[in-house]
Design a protein around this ligand. Structure first.
Ligand SMILES: CC(C)(COP(=O)(O)OP(=O)(O)OC[C@H]1O[C@@H](n2cnc3c(N)ncnc32)[C@H](O)[C@@H]1OP(=O)(O)O)[C@@H](O)C(=O)NCCC(=O)NCCS
Length: 258
């Protein structure tokens, strides 16, 4: 079990800590049912929620599901499993993370990711990988700036058409983010971030959240394909400028996981 606070983020500052927050591993079927229900509430659809039975198999077979509790109430979750890159290197493949809307911005998401990081390191995994929509700019800030993850791969229409509350009306374009969990790599990445000169500005309509914006989504897609196609990585996100920072990863880093 971890409590809020006391876990310095490799890529960001200390963040806020919600009093009474606890993050615990979810293994029992009732706990995993709570994870399924949180997904359905956060995404507004049972269709996208991984069922408790699948989560149970995952939790027993070397995967990881965590619940964040505020007192007796489950308010957030993360879960994932072990993946392998093309050269066989294992990593933690996080599939979903969510916090109830009414308790967002209180450090719960960060506490969940830090606990997931700690458990992954304990399992001998030094990289965590997941996907996010590059037009969801608060996620960009959370993943790249707050946590210190980077992105090297982009997939257009990764999930086909999505109709849940978070994704409806947007293409399901996804960046694959990689969070290098060991401190030496984070130190190297901080150096890359300081030196990164190029910026990829997000189209204004997306930055201003003026949806639907199909032309702006297509423009962002073209910008990402061009930037990442040249072998660069997105190493940070600047919320004020609504721009991703682009830079090269050191050659000592493993190739992209996915
Ligand atoms: C992303 C998410 C898990 C973050 O949880 P949280 O408890 O709000 O996270 P924290 O309080 O630790 O951190 C909030 C930070 O994330 C950012 N953030 C990311 N997504 C956000 C969202 N949808 N709403 C509010 N803040 C969000 C905030 O700007 C804040 O940054 P700041 O502290 O520098 O201002 C949560 O917003 C969520 O459930 N979103 C919907 C589901 C989702 O998008 N999941 C992630 C898919 S990769």
């Amino acid at each position: 079990m971890v409590t809020s606070g006391g876990t310095g983020a490799p890529g960001g500052d200390g963040g806020r800590a919600e009093p009474g927050l606890r993050v615990r591993r979810a293994r029992r079927i009732e706990e995993l049912e709570a994870v399924a229900e949180l997904q359905a509430r956060i995404w507004g659809s049972w269709e996208v929620a991984a069922p408790a039975t699948l989560l149970k198999a995952m939790a027993e077979a070397g995967g990881l599901a965590l619940l964040a509790w505020l007192g007796p109430r489950p308010v957030g979750f993360v879960f994932g499993f072990t993946g392998r890159d093309r050269e066989g290197r294992p990593y933690h493949r996080s599939h979903a993370a969510g916090v109830l809307p009414e308790v967002r911005d209180k450090g719960v998401g960060r506490a969940l990711k830090m606990a997931q990081r700690r458990h992954s390191l304990a399992l001998g995994l030094d990289r965590m990988v997941w996907t996010f929509d590059p037009s969801q700019l608060r996620n960009a800030h959370f993943n790249l700036h707050r946590l210190g993850a980077v992105a090297r791969s982009f997939h257009a229409d990764y999930y086909g058409v999505r109709t849940d509350a978070i994704n409806q009306g947007r293409p399901s374009d996804r960046l694959v983010v990689e969070w290098f969990l060991d401190r030496p790599r984070q130190v190297e990445l901080n150096r890359v971030r300081r030196l990164a000169g190029a910026q990829l500005r997000v189209p204004e309509e997306l930055a201003a959240e003026r949806f639907p914006a199909p032309a702006a989504h297509r423009q962002l897609r073209r910008q990402l394909v061009a930037a990442l196609g040249s072998g660069m990585a997105l190493v940070d996100y600047d919320r004020e400028a609504a721009a991703y920072s682009v830079g090269p990863l050191p050659s000592s880093f493993p190739p992209p996981a996915e």
